[in-house]
Design a protein around this ligand. Structure first.
Ligand code: NAI
Length: 720
C-alpha cells in the first residue's frame, strides 16, 4: 500500500503528503469535535506504522479538520461502559501506549493546534515533537479531567510537569483550568504561536526543518521562573510544593473531590520513581477514580449539560428561533446592567433604559466595569473592548426600542410597575418582538395580563452576578408561543448560559426550592442554633456558601419579600420563619446595607457574625446545639421535597432540568449531581421515610411531595 492509500484504512484521519511531510488531518465523520477513543487510537497507531514504512516521509503534521477545535479530549461515552476499576485502568494503559507510540515515532510529529486542545488532545500534543498553536481566542489547552472526577490517564500527569514545570502543571491538573495561547507559550506548553491563516504553512516548515535536521530541537523558552526552578529541582523543594498543593486542594474541595489528590500522587510518583512508575500509578488511580460516585455524578452532569445544549426548549420539533440583533433592557440596575454587558459581549446592540438619567449613567458605568474587567484580564483587546462598549446605549425614553427584537425587563420587583413598563414598551416595540421579564418571583401570567400579545411574553430569569452565573431559567405561561420560547432559549445559549425552561408558577423552580431551603434554615435559627454552625454545616455538605451568608448576599429585604409571596401561594408549609421576619423588620439589609447577620466593612467585605443580631432572634442570646447532620438533612430535604413538587406539578419538564437548575443556579453540590440524583442516591423510599419522620416532629411542612410518596410505593427512581 502506498501512503496515498492510507486514508483507506482510517475513518478518523485523512493523510496526504507534501514535500516528504505527511499531513494527518483528524476529522471524525459526523461529529462536531474530535475525541479520542480506542478505535481512533488504533487507527492512529496503524497510520503511524504505515507512515514510518514509507521511506520518503520524514516528518508528520497532526492537525484537525474541525473548525475552531483541535481535539476536545477522550470520548467520554467510553467511560460510561466501564464496570470495574481494572477496566478503567486498562483504558488508561491503552491511552498511555498510544501517546508513547506518538512520542517514539521515527518521523517527528508536529502538532498544529487551533481551538480546544483538551484532555487526551493535550496529552497527544505533549507526546508530539513540537507544538505550534494559533494565537486565537478559541485556542485553549488544558487537562480538565478532574472536572469529571477523573485524572489525566494518558500520560498527562507525567508529560505536563516535564514540559511546564511542577507548579504550572499542578495549577492545570488539580483545577482542570485551561490556559489560552499566550499563557501556553509563556509557560512553555507550546513552542510557538502563529496566526490561524499560516498554521499549516508554519507547521510544514518546522516539519521539514526537523526532517532535514537543520533545526535543532525547538527553541525552548525558559518556561518557568528561576525561583520556581530552584525549588522544583530538589526533592526538599518539591516536597514543599506538593504539600502546599495538597493543603490548598483540601481547603478548596473540603475533601469532597478525591481526584485532584489522586492526580497529585501520580505526579509525585513520577518525580520520585521515574516515568514508568508514574504512569503505573496514573493508570491505577484513573481506574479507582472512574469508579467513584463523585465521577459518576460529574459525568452525568456533563452529559445532561450536553443534552440541554441540544434542547430547543419545546417539545414540538423544528421550531426555528427568531434572530436577536437588537436588545432593549428596561431597568439599568444591578441585573439590567449585567444583562446588557453579557449581550454586548456577544455583539448584540443594546439599548438600556431607566427612569432617570443618573440611573442610566450608573447602569452604563456598571456595563463598562464588567467589560473593562475582561480587558484587564486580557481576555479581549482594547479594540474589542471599545467595540463592545460602543454597542450599548442609554436612554430615559424608549428611543431605540422601535427595532428591538427582544426586550428584557429588570425593573423593581413590583407587579404594578412591571405591568406599566410592559404596556409602555409594547406601544413602541415591533409587533413581533419578544418581551421577557427577569422577575424572580412574580408569576409571568400576572405580568402578561397587561399585554396585548401575551403569546410573546415570557420570563428570562438570570442569576446574579449575571456575567458569572451560568444558569438562565426561561419561564413560559400556557399562552407563550413556541417561537417566543425557542428564541429566548437560543438567545440565552448565545449568552453562554445553560437554559432550562419551566412552566409558570410562584417562584418558578429555582426561587421556590431555594426559598424552602432558606426557610428551614430560618426555623433552625428560631430554635437557637448558632449562625456559624448552620452555615458551616451546609458548606460541609457542599454548598459554596451557607444559607445565612447567602441571605445576606441576596438581601434580607428581598428574601423576606420572596418568603411572603411564596407563603401566600403555598400556605402553611412555607410559613416564614420568625428569625427571618424579625431581622428583616429590624431594617438590616445584609451586605448591601453593610449590616446583616454578619458584619461588613466599608468595601462590603464580610467579617464575623454580628453578635447583636442574636438579640433580635426568638431565643435571644441563648444558643443551642443541633447536630450538623440534622441541620443538613432538614434544609436539604426541604429543598429536595420542593423540587419534587415542582416536577410533580409540571413546573419542571424533567428531573434533568431540575438537577442542572439546582447545580448551576442555586449552588447545589455538583458532586451530588443535583436534588433528584441525590434522592436516587438516598433511595426514594428512604427519602420519603425521612420526610415523614421530620413531618411527625415538626408539623406539616415536611409532608412528602405526592410524587415522592407515589414513587416510594412503586419503587421507582428518577434515573434508570
Ligand atoms: P435594582 O434595584 O438594582 O434595579 C432596578 C432598576 O429599575 C433601577 O435602576 C430602577 O431605577 C429601574 N426602574 C424603576 N422603574 C423604572 C421604569 N419605569 N423604567 C425603567 N427603569 C426603571 O434591582 P435588580 O436587583 O437589578 O432587580 C431587577 C429585577 O431583577 C427584579 O425583578 C428582581 O426581582 C430581579 N432579579 C434580581 C436578582 C438579584 O439577585 N438582584 C436575581 C434575579 C432576578
Amino acid at each position: 500500500m502506498t501512503l496515498a492509500d492510507a486514508s483507506l484504512v482510517s475513518d478518523a484521519f485523512r493523510v496526504e503528503t507534501r514535500d516528504n511531510v505527511a499531513i494527518i488531518t483528524f476529522d471524525l465523520p459526523d461529529k462536531p469535535v474530535n475525541t479520542i477513543s480506542r478505535t481512533v487510537g488504533d487507527e492512529l497507531i496503524a497510520l503511524l506504522d504505515h507512515i514510518e514504512r514509507a521511506t520518503l516521509v520524514h516528518a508528520a503534521v497532526l492537525l484537525s479538520g474541525k473548525r475552531d477545535s483541535f481535539i476536545a479530549g477522550a470520548d467520554i461515552e467510553q467511560f460510561r461502559v466501564l464496570h470495574t476499576a481494572r477496566d478503567a485502568e486498562r483504558l488508561s494503559r491503552d491511552g498511555q501506549m498510544l501517546m508513547d507510540r506518538i512520542e517514539r515515532s521515527r518521523v517527528p510529529v508536529i502538532a498544529a493546534i487551533h481551538g480546544a486542545c483538551l484532555g487526551g488532545g493535550l496529552e497527544a500534543a505533549l507526546a508530539c515533537a513540537y507544538r505550534i498553536a494559533t494565537d486565537h481566542p478559541s485556542t485553549a489547552l488544558g487537562l480538565p479531567e478532574v472536572q469529571l472526577g477523573l485524572i489525566p490517564g494518558a500520560g498527562g500527569t507525567q508529560r505536563l510537569p516535564q514540559r511546564v514545570g511542577l507548579r504550572n502543571a499542578l495549577d492545570m491538573i488539580l483545577t482542570g483550568k485551561s490556559v489560552r495561547a499566550k499563557k501556553a507559550l509563556s509557560i512553555g506548553l507550546v513552542d510557538e504561536l502563529v496566526h490561524p491563516a499560516i498554521l499549516l504553512d508554519v507547521a510544514l516548515d518546522r516539519a521539514r526543518a526537523f526532517a532535514s535536521g537543520t533545526s535543532a530541537r525547538p527553541r525552548r523558552r525558559r518556561p518557568h521562573k528561576a525561583a520556581d526552578l530552584a525549588l522544583e529541582r530538589n526533592p526538599l523543594g518539591r516536597r514543599l510544593v506538593f504539600r502546599q498543593a495538597r493543603e490548598q486542594t483540601l481547603r478548596k474541595t473540603r475533601g469532597h473531590y478525591p481526584a485532584p489528590l489522586a492526580a497529585l500522587t501520580a505526579v509525585a510518583a513520577g518525580y520520585a520513581e521515574g516515568r514508568a512508575k508514574g504512569l503505573a500509578v496514573e493508570a491505577f488511580s484513573f481506574g479507582e477514580m472512574a469508579m467513584t460516585d463523585v465521577s459518576t455524578q460529574l459525568v452525568f452532569l456533563f452529559f445532561a449539560t450536553s443534552a440541554l445544549k441540544k434542547d430547543s426548549g419545546v417539545d414540538t420539533p423544528n421550531v426555528a428561533p427568531l434572530p436577536v440583533h437588537k436588545l432593549g433592557v428596561l431597568g439599568a440596575g444591578f441585573m439590567g446592567a449585567g444583562i446588557a454587558a453579557v449581550a454586548a459581549m456577544q455583539h448584540t446592540a443594546v439599548r438600556l433604559k431607566d427612569a432617570a438619567p443618573e440611573r442610566v449613567g450608573k447602569g452604563l458605568r456598571a456595563v463598562y466595569d464588567v467589560l473593562r474587567e475582561r480587558l484587564r484580564k486580557r481576555r479581549i483587546t482594547r479594540q474589542q473592548f471599545a467595540d463592545e462598549f460602543a454597542l450599548v446605549g442609554g436612554t430615559t425614553e424608549y428611543t431605540g426600542f422601535g427595532n428591538a427584537d427582544l426586550v428584557i425587563e429588570a425593573v423593581f420587583e413590583d407587579l404594578e410597575l412591571k405591568q406599566r413598563v410592559l404596556r409602555e414598551a409594547e406601544a413602541v416595540i415591533p409587533s413581533d418582538a419578544i418581551y421577557a421579564s427577569n422577575t424572580s418571583t412574580i408569576p409571568i401570567t400576572r405580568i402578561a395580563e397587561a399585554s396585548r400579545r401575551p403569546e410573546q411574553v415570557l420570563g428570562m430569569h438570570f442569576f446574579s452576578p449575571v456575567p458569572k452565573m451560568p444558569l438562565l431559567e426561561v419561564i413560559t405561561t400556557p399562552r407563550t408561543s413556541d417561537v417566543a420560547t425557542v428564541t429566548a432559549v437560543a438567545y440565552g445559549k448565545t449568552l453562554g448560559k445553560h437554559v432550562i425552561v419551566v412552566n409558570d408558577g410562584p417562584g418558578f423552580y429555582t426561587t421556590r426550592t431555594l426559598a424552602a431551603f432558606m426557610n428551614e434554615a430560618g426555623y433552625l435559627l428560631d430554635q437557637g442554633v448558632s449562625i456559624e454552625a448552620l452555615d458551616r454545616a451546609l458548606v460541609e455538605f457542599g454548598f459554596p456558601v451557607g444559607p445565612v451568608t447567602l441571605l445576606d448576599e441576596v438581601g434580607i429585604d428581598v428574601g423576606a419579600k420572596v418568603g411572603h409571596v411564596l407563603y401566600e401561594a403555598f400556605g402553611e408549609r412555607l410559613t416564614p420563619a420568625q428569625s427571618l421576619e424579625r431581622v428583616a423588620a429590624s431594617g438590616r439589609l445584609g451586605r448591601k446595607g453593610g449590616k446583616g447577620f454578619y458584619r461588613y466593612d466599608a468595601h462590603g467585605k464580610k467579617g464575623p457574625v454580628d453578635e447583636t443580631v442574636y438579640e433580635i432572634l426568638p431565643t435571644g442570646a441563648q444558643r443551642r446545639v443541633i447536630p450538623a447532620e440534622e441541620m443538613e438533612t432538614r434544609t436539604v430535604l426541604a429543598m429536595v421535597n420542593e423540587a419534587a413538587r415542582c416536577l410533580g406539578e409540571g413546573v419542571l419538564r424533567s428531573a434533568r432540568d431540575g438537577d442542572l437548575g439546582a447545580v448551576f443556579g442555586i449552588g447545589f453540590p455538583p458532586f451530588r449531581g443535583g436534588p433528584f440524583r441525590y434522592v436516587d442516591t438516598l433511595g426514594v423510599g428512604a427519602a420519603a421515610r425521612q420526610l415523614r419522620e421530620l413531618n411527625a416532629k415538626f408539623g406539616a411542612r415536611f409532608e412528602p411531595a405526592p410524587l415522592l410518596a407515589r414513587m416510594a410505593k412503586t419503587g421507582e427512581r428518577f434515573y434508570p
